[in-house]
Design a protein around this ligand. Structure first.
Ligand SMILES: Cc1ncc(COP(=O)(O)O)c(C=O)c1O
Length: 432
């Protein structure tokens, strides 16, 4: 090849490398013809293990957990294996994540006059159970991990603050070191809600095991599930005893403890659910391994893209990889990304599974079960303001991110398509 031909060929090659494939949203060929479908994790792993557990309960004719001795009860065996997996001394199975939160509030003795700090972006149950305890919810901003921003906690603490609720959302651990440090310094309790991150960890420690008490939802959209279900975990014998009594209307002691009567509710789990959860908890690490493998393939596949702005991961090794979230300068660019990705057959969604609670009209208006409810009757309760002005950063962050949701059952082809679509669309949106 002479020098002139070599230069011409080089120019063509350079032009080809720079040429961006036409986006499907502009009429180009899509990456996929069948859209990539998102989650529903635990139920995809149902097999003869869950079937056997259910059959044994049917044939045993004792679906009430306390009809069987603890060594036979499936609920009790699930609790033992759950505690072992979460590296806590105790675990208590309950009927839902909401029941687990309510039980944890009672265990922590949260009541009228107390304040609980919680993230402005989380699920209704976190707020509702503070209200049900008669206490005052105090919202703090999230950061780009979508979780409680440790820098926004301290100025919200008052002499009435009792608990910081650290919620680990969409598979990503909250930054627990600074949160625990603030709690220690102010003598506050920490309640960890790992409902959306069952099985994830923070710096080697399972989520739920670091605070004074932790809870999980085991509802269908969570890592493992019996359709509904929940669990409370703790290392504290006193909190555990209170939780056991609160979850069982008879106030039955769990360990022959010396506590007196507790006017609790009935949040006891039945043996059918206990059996399914026993089978599921044994699969937890398989499910997590599968989803993390998919997520890491995608992270690797986009790692050389210039100027990517990912969701903040306080511990990249500990997160589940629920979604590969990228940020944009504003909502308008984020929405264009979402539209273009959908056209490629790799739909994305904004942060999901939670709500910006302070702007929910009923919450902004401080609706309670009756107007006499104690949460808002004190001077402090009357003066606290919710609404947009209490969480502008939360609203901004959530409007700028979108993510491809992962599934533990994705094939390599699926994750390669996710990578191809992001590589095709993200730079185009960045270019504007
Ligand atoms: C963060 C969080 N906490 C608590 C709950 C309540 O769990 P459940 O639906 O099992 O009552 C959920 C449910 O999605 C949740 O996402």
């Amino acid at each position: 090849m002479n020098r002139r031909n070599f230069l011409a060929a080089s120019m063509v090659a350079a032009a080809t490398a720079d040429a961006s494939p036409q986006l499907a949203v502009n009429g180009g060929a899509p990456v996929r013809s069948q859209p990539l479908m998102g989650p529903n994790w635990g139920p995809q792993y149902y097999d003869d293990k869950e079937q056997t557990q259910l059959t044994e309960v049917l044939e045993g004719h004792n679906p009430f957990r306390f009809s069987s001795p603890p060594e036979k009860s499936k609920v009790a065996r699930f609790e033992n294996e759950c505690a072992a997996r979460m590296r806590t001394k105790y675990a208590l199975a309950v009927t839902s994540g909401t029941a687990a939160l309510h039980t944890a509030m009672a265990a922590l003795e949260v009541g009228p006059g107390d304040e609980v700090i919680l993230p402005a972006w989380t699920w209704y149950s976190c707020y509702n159970t503070v209200i049900q305890a008669g206490a005052l919810p105090v919202f703090a901003e999230i950061d780009e991990s979508f979780n409680l921003d440790p820098r926004d906690i301290e100025h919200r603490i008052t002499p009435q603050t009792k608990v910081i609720m650290a919620v680990h959302l969409q598979g990503n651990p909250a930054d627990m070191e600074p949160i625990l440090e603030i709690a220690r310094r102010h003598g506050l309790k920490v309640l960890e809600d790992a409902s959306q991150s069952v099985g994830a960890s923070y710096k080697g420690r399972p989520l739920g095991s670091m605070g004074d008490i932790g809870i999980f939802s085991l509802q269908q959209s969570k890592t493992i599930t019996a359709g509904e279900g929940g669990a409370v975990v703790t290392n504290d014998a006193y909190l555990f005893e209170r939780a056991c009594r609160f979850h069982d209307v008879t106030g039955r002691p769990s360990t022959g403890g010396k506590l007196g009567f507790m006017p609790g509710l009935n949040y006891r789990l039945n043996e059918f659910s206990g059996g399914v959860l026993l089978a599921q908890v044994r699969k937890l690490d398989t499910i997590i391994g599968d989803v993390r493998r998919s997520a890491r393939r995608v992270y690797r596949g986009i790692s050389d893209l210039p100027a990517t702005h990912l969701r903040h991961l306080p511990d990249p090794d500990g997160e589940l990889g629920t979604g590969i979230f990228l940020s944009f300068p504003n909502k308008e660019a984020r929405d264009r990304y979402a539209e273009a990705m959908k056209a490629e057959g790799v739909p994305v969604s904004g942060p999901a599974g939670s709500v910006i609670l302070p702007i929910v009209p009923g919450i902004e208006q401080k609706v309670t079960v009756t107007p006499r409810w104690p949460s808002f009757t004190s001077e402090r309760g009357k003066s606290i303001r919710y609404g947009r002005e209490c969480c502008p950063r939360t609203i901004d962050i959530l409007s700028r991110f979108a993510g491809v949701m992962m599934s533990p059952k994705y094939t390599e082809r699926d994750t390669d398509d996710a990578v191809a679509a992001i590589r095709k669309v993200y730079p185009a949106i960045q270019r504007g």
